[in-house]
Design a protein around this ligand. Structure first.
Ligand SMILES: CC(C)(COP(=O)(O)OP(=O)(O)OC[C@H]1O[C@@H](n2cnc3c(N)ncnc32)[C@H](O)[C@@H]1OP(=O)(O)O)[C@@H](O)C(=O)NCCC(=O)NCCS
Length: 362
């Protein structure tokens, strides 16, 4: 162990189920990935369960993901991913390399990165994007700032040093925030104000897992806006192509992952238009933590406190239906002032920052 020459890199074949006879290597990969999360964050809140990972890694009509595993004689020495969208963003690929702490600084990460960059090039991609994770508490470090100027990440942290060494540029910083539900969160003032400002023009509708058929086309339109309306910093991200089938595919993937999706929307009563949506995911295999996923208000319906209104409606459902949830996690671009202001009012507190990186090969 220890010599890069002894490392062998192969593509992982996905098992039929996360715990079947053919899943032993997959489980080993999950343990290596968990070790990286634990080392970075000190807990496994951000580590998906094996079932969730497997559902997420399967190909769909819209994307494909290749997983590469580096092995040495002692077992899994590193894991890398190459994600490529298939209907839009055809110039870019999202890459990620993870090496367990005891195996670092031996060139394994670099060998894996070369492999996933080659995979991306094989898909005809020339814009490579990636992310690094940085828990709170690095204020005294030398910081690197993205083009937006908002938020920075420590230049000497392993992921950042590695990304810089390989020619990637920091293009954006994402704030990772956590809402502690064990503290008695009181949203009643914010909710009353949001209700007053939204007035009677809007109604809030909610569902679990499956969007009602009559709202599907509108959901596709509003979900597609996430790729154009949420700030991307210096990352090159094209508009995604969405239709009803893509919404159903997201739901099917979540189901396969074992996730329960709570959605709340605001509908403009007079026009019947969907004005805003938000989704929280809960994984019953990780009952202590939930994930506040996308939230978006359509441009022409902004300024009516709809973001706050639907988020509180959804958080109330979460608390009622899943009382074991202690924490809710969320991610927002550091320059996304309006969304961050809502989250801070709701009680979310910064827990760390993710660096979003990009490298162009042409
Ligand atoms: C980043 C990561 C993949 C690096 O894996 P690794 O196997 O240690 O990487 P390598 O040994 O190939 O390092 C290559 C170069 O990157 C730089 N580097 C890597 N880790 C570094 C660190 N902790 N401090 C300073 N420089 C570092 C160095 O220039 C290093 O070359 P050197 O060892 O000859 O000085 C690993 O630390 C990790 O899994 N971190 C958590 C996940 C992550 O941030 N992934 C990166 C996003 S793609």
């Amino acid at each position: 162990m220890g010599d890069i020459a002894e490392i062998e890199i192969q593509e992982l074949r996905l098992p039929a189920t996360p715990d079947g006879d053919d899943a032993s290597e997959f489980r080993e990969v999950c343990q290596a990935l968990d070790a990286v999360v634990l080392d970075t964050w000190g807990n496994l809140d951000r580590a998906p369960t094996p079932r969730s990972r497997l559902g997420d890694w399967r190909p769909t009509d819209n994307s494909t993901l290749s997983v590469f595993v580096a092995r040495d004689r002692a077992g899994v020495a590193g894991v890398a991913f190459c994600y490529a969208a298939l209907r839009d963003n055809l110039d870019s690929a999202w890459l990620r390399v993870e090496v367990p702490p005891q195996r670092r600084r031996r060139g394994i990460g670099s060998a894996l990165l070369a492999r996933v960059e080659e995979c991306a090039a094989g898909y005809g991609r020339h814009i490579f994007q990636s992310s690094t994770e940085h828990p709170e508490g690095f204020a005294s470090s030398k910081l690197l700032f993205p083009v937006t100027g908002a938020g920075g990440v420590p230049e000497s942290a392993p992921g950042a040093a590695f990304a810089l060494r390989h020619g990637y540029r920091l293009e954006q910083t994402t704030r990772f925030s956590v809402l502690d539900l064990k503290e008695n969160q009181d949203w009643s003032d914010a909710e009353a104000e949001a209700q007053r400002i939204a007035g009677s023009d809007y109604e809030v509708l909610t569902w679990t897992d499956q969007c009602p058929a009559e709202l599907l086309d509108q959901m596709a339109a509003i979900m597609g806006r996430m790729s154009t309306d949420s700030p991307a910093g210096g990352l090159e991200i094209e508009a995604e192509r969405w239709d009803a089938a893509r919404v159903r595919e997201v739901e099917a993937t979540a189901r396969e992952q074992g996730q329960i999706g709570l959605t709340a929307v605001a509908r403009h009563r007079r026009s019947g238009e969907l004005a805003a949506y938000t989704t929280i995911y809960v994984d019953p295999e990780k009952p202590w933590v939930a994930d506040q996923d996308d939230t978006l208000v359509m441009r022409r319906h902004r300024g009516h406190r709809l973001g706050m209104l639907i988020k509180i409606a959804n958080l109330r459902r979460l608390r009622e239906r899943f009382p074991a949830v202690e924490r809710v996690m969320t991610f927002n671009a550091e320059e996304n002032e309006h969304m961050l202001a809502i989250n801070v009012t709701l009680g979310f507190r910064p827990a760390g920052y993710d660096g979003e990186w990009q490298k162009r090969t042409i």
